[in-house]
Design a protein around this ligand. Sequence first.
Ligand code: ZN
Length: 349
Amino acid sequence: MISSAEPTRLPAFATDFLAFTLSGERPDGESATGLLPNGVRYAWWDEGVLLLEPATHATHAVPIPSLLVSAGIHGDETAPIELLSRIVADIAYGTLPVACRLLIVLGNVGAMRAACRYRDDDLNRLFCGRYAQFSASVEASRAAALEALTQRFFSEASANADDRWHIDMHTAIRSSLFEQFALLPYTDARPSSAMFGWLASAHMAAVLLHTSKSDSYTHFTAQTCRAQACTLELGKVRPFGHNDLTHFFHADRAVREKIAHVSVSAEGSMPRVFTVIGQITKRSEAFEWRVAPDVPNFTPFTKGTVLARDNGECYVVQHDEERIVFPNPAVKPGLRAGLMVIETEPFSG
Ligand code: ZN
């Protein structure tokens, strides 16, 4: 009889991925990869980037899904970062089974340490190669590294579209009439019923459909990696340790169900659907904002309302009702000061 077996030592980056990542520590070559007691293989790829996969998956006849879950693309969006770190710990301790290839990404680690959204430039506007135009920015090299690692992950994924997913978790700067909502990047394909069903299970109240390409992380994974990608906006930003994580219960549960590949609970109604019809761009420092500074996301405006002026040009509401999302007149000239959406047909499979 074997007695007093050596307790298996879990790697520090698996038991507290957030603290390990913030510390700037790096595992040495040998300890960067290994096997957890529950049969999950881990590989620390880079600061904030960790691969977890069932050790036996390569021997299965049917390929398993590949799922990328990211948070901290904006460094001060702490709640999803904390959720993701807990998910890694629960996998390490064996309480959350892993039934997919799972890539965990904490995006803007430098900004997370500095407790800010970004240091030089918004990381979520540097993907799809746009970082090349920002060589002096500290975020440029991170965007390039994340693109390379993300492509490496999806290059080994099953070609089946249903097996390639990316969930990017954020929190919003301002309050919202729909407190939790999702954004889907623009692609040639219609959003899938699997995605809508999952968003319903995560209790997303609204889904916003982009109608043109952008430089966000989910646009990159959707276009370049052919992933089904969504950005989740899960509520307002708070400092580390000040988040009521119970508030994120449904989204957290839905992510965990996706990781464990258990059939999603049917509760949760289908989200309302909004389609992007344009944006307000800040062109110059003469930009004049006509919207109240604390207006919540999805605030509706009626036809004829002037929302902004810039050197004689105006943004005037053209539809019977348009709603504003992510209003931010403080952006640099040339960037988006607000996204305009209208409500469209609900999703029908
Ligand atoms: Zn964000």
